[in-house]
Design a protein around this ligand. Structure first.
Ligand code: 5AD
Ligand code: SF4
Length: 497
């Protein structure tokens, strides 16, 4: 595998296919007497979300509109994840339902992309057992999507495009349809070099390749001028940003330059590897209040022996040093993590170490996972795989401890008033808004009578009231109650509203 840089000129050549596709789609729409629709189902991480926004950009550009989630679209794309086993299983389960949609509409286009497509056995399975799938392509092939569509629509052949190369594509000239009108996802690097022994990502997403900082900053300036409130800098390991390019700046410098761009009220970044995070990143966070008050620092395990077997390149003491330094420098910030239970060879003593570190760090929340054996990884062939009943039992104890800490963390902010970036209507009620604090806490809050927005009193009983109209608006909210995984509050006022 080698990195192949795809120039802007090349992207523009692919984009020129969009004109052909536009004509083709408009002819088909005319034939059917209606606008054609698309839907993208995204599994997995934020990088997949970012890829899906580019794929949606292509669909929108050629004249399709987004379908509702559960109605059969004309174009369906499944952007898959393979990080844990259940992610795979779900895809093959769902394909059955899509087959019935295709029987009802034989012109329907169905494609599968994402990390699962980098595993030959999955592609072979689709080739053989799911003949109604029209195209498969890998996570490095996103920029080829217009030509994949063209091949299918023009030549009516199934297309399998899974490149071996690690493409580095400058994103700026790819059309993007952002899911959230206030949030822009911006990949700053692709791939991962770490080869943690349990993880498939280095195999599916290839080697680390950083985008040019000048191009990233130009893109950020544009996004800020378009009115995006929030930007999320993405990479599997953002702290090693630039290390693959001699001339490049460090992640801390990139973060600082991003924070100096006028317009963003929140800059977020994901994910930081504990072995690579520098003190400068923490100091930069301290210096710029528009950088989110939140660090996601995946610990995976608290045991030195297990960390070594996971190939994580840090031990418990080093992790604690970083975590506690962060707590000391940014006492109002949240610290979250990822933990895996049941890695091969994990003893009760190792697991106890994990619980100990969790208690010391008091993570504000954690993504907890049961170890999942991924074919092709080093850990898959390690002796002493842990029986499921032991994993389940440890996982229960881990959840119990972490849930207690998360609840405690949510209780600690009661009584304060915080700035919330509103995401829209809450899942619970039409008149409850949902949003996040600067420290990424989820807050659901009510609108008391008499609150004004743009000079008018809000009337939630008015049939035309739509909580989603506040998406992307900043507000001050008094935090009044703690839930196990969220905080409740009451709106005090809108900022600039
Ligand atoms: N089993 C369980 N969890 C895993 N993760 C990655 N690979 C595996 C695996 N094989 C978790 C890690 C990582 C997060 C994104 O997913 O905790 O940080
Ligand atoms: Fe996977 Fe480790 Fe890379 Fe994260 S750092 S993507 S866990 S190999």
């Amino acid at each position: 595998m080698s990195t192949v840089i795809v120039s802007q000129d090349e992207i523009l050549r692919y984009n020129s296919i969009l004109a052909y596709l536009k004509n083709e789609i408009s002819a088909r729409a005319e034939e059917k007497g209606r606008t054609l629709t698309y839907f993208i189902r995204t599994y997995g991480c934020q990088l997949n979300e970012a890829d899906s926004e580019k794929l949606a950009g292509v669909f929108q550009d050629i004249g399709l509109i987004e379908a509702e989630e559960n109605e059969a679209p004309d174009f369906l794309l499944l952007n898959t994840c393979t990080i844990r086993e259940n992610a795979d299983v779900r895809l093959f389960g769902n394909l059955g339902m899509y087959k019935t949609w295709k029987i009802q509409n034989p012109d329907m286009f169905i494609a599968v992309c994402g990390c699962m497509m980098k595993q030959q056995e999955n592609v072979d399975k689709i080739k053989k057992s799911f003949p109604f799938v029209d195209a498969c392509f890998g996570p490095a092939d996103i920029h080829l999507f217009p030509s994949i569509l063209e091949k299918k629509l023009n030549q009516r052949k199934r297309v399998f495009s899974i490149s071996e190369e690690d493409y580095l594509v400058e994103d700026n000239c790819i059309p993007v349809k952002r899911k959230r009108k206030f949030r822009a996802l911006v990949p700053i690097m692709y791939g991962c070099n770490n080869f943690c022994t349990y993880c498939v990502v280095p195999y599916t997403r290839g080697r680390e390749r950083s985008r040019e900082s000048g191009m990233i900053l130009k893109q950020l300036e544009e996004l800020a001028s378009q009115g995006y409130q929030e930007v999320m800098l993405l990479g599997q390991n953002v702290n090693s940003y630039g290390k693959d390019r001699e001339e490049e700046i460090s992640f801390a410098e990139l973060l600082e330059k991003a924070a100096r761009i006028k317009g963003f009220s929140r800059i977020r970044f994901m994910t930081s590897h504990p072995k690579d995070i520098s003190d400068e990143v923490i100091y930069t966070m301290q210096k710029y209040p528009n950088i989110e008050r939140h660090l996601h620092l995946p610990m995976q395990s608290g045991s030195d022996r297990i960390l070594k077997n996971m190939n994580r390149h840090y031990d418990q003491a080093q992790f604690l040093k970083t975590a506690l330094k962060f707590r000391e420098c940014l006492p109002d910030a949240t610290l979250t993590t990822d933990i895996i239970v049941g890695f091969p060879g994990e003893t009760e003593e190792d697991f106890q170490q994990t619980l100990e570190v969790i208690k010391k760090c008091k993570f504000d929340s954690a993504f907890t996972f049961q170890y999942s054996k991924r074919p092709g990884t080093k850990a898959a062939s390690m002796p002493d795989q842990i029986p499921q009943d032991i994993v389940t039992e440890r996982f229960g104890r881990l959840l119990e401890l972490q849930n207690e800490l998360t609840f405690e963390s949510n209780r600690s902010v009661i009584g304060t008033t915080e700035e919330i970036l509103i995401e829209g209507r809450s899942a619970t009620a039409y008149n409850i808004l949902t949003g996040r604090t600067r420290s990424n806490r989820l807050v659901n809050f009510s609108i008391p009578e008499g609150i004004k927005y743009q000079g008018k009193v809000i009337d939630t009983s008015d049939p035309s009231f739509d909580a989603n109209q506040f998406e992307g608006v900043l507000a001050m909210v008094k935090l009044t109650g703690a839930r196990p995984f969220s905080v409740e509050g009451e709106l005090e006022s809108f900022i600039d509203g």
